[in-house]
Design a binder for this molecule. Sequence first.
Ligand SMILES: Cc1ncc(COP(=O)(O)O)c(C=O)c1O
Length: 345
Amino acid sequence: MNFASDNVTGASPEILAAIAAANHGPAMPYGADEISRRLEQRFAELFEHEVAVFPVATGTAANALALACLTPVYGAIYCHEEAHIATDECGAPEFFTGGAKLVACPGEHGKLTPGVLKPRLAGAGVVHNVQPAAISITQETEAGTIYRLAEIAALSALARRHGLALHMDGARFANAVASLGCAPADLTWRAGVDALSFGATKNGALAAEAVVFFDPKRAESFAYRRKRAGHLLSKQRFVAAQLEAYLAGDLWLRNARHANAMAARLGGGLAALPGARLLHPIEGNEVFVELGERAIEGLAAAGFGFYRWGEAPVLRLVTAFDTSSEAVERFLRVAQEALGGATTP
Ligand SMILES: Cc1ncc(COP(=O)(O)O)c(C=O)c1O
């Protein structure tokens, strides 16, 4: 009954089983184990492309270290003003890039557009300005929406014209692939993405993310940066085992499809209630809804967990691979009663 985040979940049984299975006998450390060595090939198959893959333990590390490979220290990284890298990473991208500047840009429903970015690239070649180096987009976005392939292609065309790299924060990449029903390749390198933070933790892993570079040349310094950042795990086999199990039998997509279906039901149910207003289209596993204060109090009193979003009476509700339809239906019933109460004089 907790819709605060897809981080409130435990881990998928398949992933816990893979960790237990990896717990037999010695294995060489720091990524020299058998499971880690298989990983690059597995990701190459998934993305239908040569890749360089680096497991890390957190999404913040994935983003900050990926971006550090894509920008000089005097670079500008363009991102949405609500991007996790700009709002929730405690300055890690600035720190690990050695001082590159995040340029936070507005955009409807959590998305960047070429129109918003173009005028902001004007400082190229001006010695007083940070130099345009990278665009970072989040897929699915922090508003729970999903960039279409054409939207990504338009951003990457702009990036190419101006010599910028394109990074994708894919903490919820699985939800986006499940929602669009496209190939992972379509959503990444075929649309011009250079580096992907491939999330797994929110969608069933215990602590596992992977940084995927589609041009291994761009990744040349990554191994050193990761070690320096304290993210080269000596027992990396256990992180690699999580990622391997996450991809096996399409667990990652099954989990994401379930989470998305729960969000669609939750959002659809809320949209039908008088007094509730959705802020963004429901496209992945997040619902942003404006409700009255009394309704929010009623839901909290009934024991539901959620985050309030900003000053207004807005909730962010996140579903996950283990969200039950009973919890969703109960939330909708309590919301309906609470809203009824709110409108009764
Ligand atoms: C969009 C996005 N990116 C990255 C992350 C990764 O964060 P963490 O460092 O907590 O794993 C999160 C987690 O909340 C997120 O929502």
